[in-house]
Design a protein around this ligand. Structure first.
Ligand code: PDD
Length: 286
């Protein structure tokens, strides 16, 4: 049984009910977070909760709980559910309105929902071969820095990958790399790792930060700068990163091999450092 939290109550996920008048359902008017937990230790929970604060503030929704309350509930969600490595999904919507009206209701109580899923990282076969990706024009809105639940564009873009037996769709806007449909994208060119700077056009990934920190700690050359579409297409390596995919090499893009068409040496090195960091830090509440 999966135990979830809905508006102050813990219950079986199968029993949880939300009104169809909830603005999250009607308008996608809400924000979310996905927080990984390793051996029951939440990873960078404060960074995720800070990103939640930013998303809520940007959509004019007062945070229904303070940081300590959030930490307590997120930790309790992990404890109440089985599993060694888990991912906590939490979402806050603007709540249930009396009528369907795009503008916010004057009086409304946010809906708070948390559930826990097993954290599934890419399997050994995918790791060994690397994943394939397709590309697409980034037709999302101009606030991709917000972790909004209105993810229709991301769903369509991810479905495009699924229909082509790919793990991700890599997005380009005006000739530049932004990110993946549900991940951050790094490339390697001539021994240097490149990643686009954080902006309103991409989600500020927590794994993005970890990968940059690990490169700096181990002296791997890394530059944060705008990346041209052509540079991605001729890169020696492409990596996708997220809390669930960790660091996964992309070895084919639009049916053509990336570099030699196999996971590259720098991806292997970064993956190794990431796993070391997971064992030594993340599993101990770092
Ligand atoms: N998505 N960019 C987008 C558009 C994402 O949806 C995600 C993660 C990331 C990586 O962020 P992080 O490193 O903090 O996981 C980048 C989550 C996992 C999701 O929507 O399920």
């Amino acid at each position: 049984m999966s135990v979830c939290y809905l508006n102050g109550q813990w219950m079986d996920l199968a029993e949880a009910r939300v009104s169809p008048m909830d603005r999250g359902f009607l308008f996608g008017d809400g924000v979310y977070e996905v927080i990984p937990s390793y051996s029951k230790h939440l990873f960078r929970v404060d960074e995720h909760l800070k990103r939640l604060d930013n998303s809520l503030k940007a959509i004019g929704l007062e945070n229904p709980m303070n940081r300590a309350e959030w930490r307590k509930i997120v930790a309790e969600a992990v404890e109440r559910n089985e599993g060694t490595d888990q991912s906590v999904y939490l979402q806050v919507t603007r709540g249930v309105g009396a009528v369907r009206n795009h503008a916010f209701p004057a009086e409304v109580t946010p809906t708070v929902f948390l559930m826990v899923e097993t954290l599934t990282t890419p399997d050994e076969a995918t790791r060994a071969q690397g994943g394939s990706a397709v590309s697409a024009a980034d037709f999302r809105w101009l606030r991709c820095d917000l972790k909004a639940v209105s993810l229709l564009a991301n769903c369509l873009l991810k479905q495009h990958a699924a229909e082509n037996a790919c793990v991700e769709t890599i997005l380009f806007r005006d000739g530049f790399l932004t990110e993946g449909a549900a991940s951050s994208i790094f490339v390697v060119i001539d021994g240097t790792v490149y990643v686009p700077p954080k902006s309103h056009l991409m989600l500020p990934g927590i794994t993005y930060d970890v990968v940059i920190e690990l490169a700096q700690r181990h002296g791997m050359p890394l530059q944060v700068r705008e990346i041209l579409e052509d540079e991605v297409r001729s890169a020696d390596e492409i990596w996708m990163t997220s809390s669930t995919k960790e660091v996964l090499p992309i070895t084919r893009l639009d049916g053509r091999p990336v570099g030699k068409g196999l996971p590259g040496p720098m991806a292997a090195q970064m993956y190794g450092w990431y796993q070391e960091f997971k064992q030594e830090v993340m599993r101990h509440g770092g």
